[in-house]
Design a protein around this ligand. Structure first.
Ligand SMILES: [Zn+2]
Length: 103
């Protein structure tokens, strides 16, 4: 596949993805991406994009202004561990539940 911006060649790379939503910043590190060697345009395959979207939904439960997660540590294979982490930090879990109920 060639870059749709410049026609350059993509290379596989783990790159950070950042988005701001409601003045909060969500940063996902090590997202498997295709990065154009020529112009730096980044694209994601469908599966990676949907996993990243799900991960950001999880990150929204945190109460921080800036939330940083590592893609490779938090996607499907690590899901159980992540849920365990939520239980092990009761305070942030309560906050998450409160904000869900309040919504
Ligand atoms: Zn390009």
């Amino acid at each position: 596949m060639n870059c749709f911006m410049c026609g350059g060649v993509f290379e596989d790379k783990n790159a950070p993805f950042m988005v701001d939503i409601d003045n909060r910043y969500f940063i996902v590190k090590n997202v498997p991406s295709q990065v154009c060697k020529q112009c730096g345009e980044v694209s994601y395959n469908h599966e990676i994009a949907s996993q990243t979207r799900k991960l950001i939904e999880e990150m929204k439960r945190m109460n921080n202004e800036v939330v940083i997660a590592d893609f490779t540590e938090n996607t499907e294979s690590k899901k159980k561990e992540m849920n365990k982490n939520f239980v092990e930090t009761p305070r942030s879990f309560e906050v998450a539940m409160d904000s869900l109920v309040g919504a």
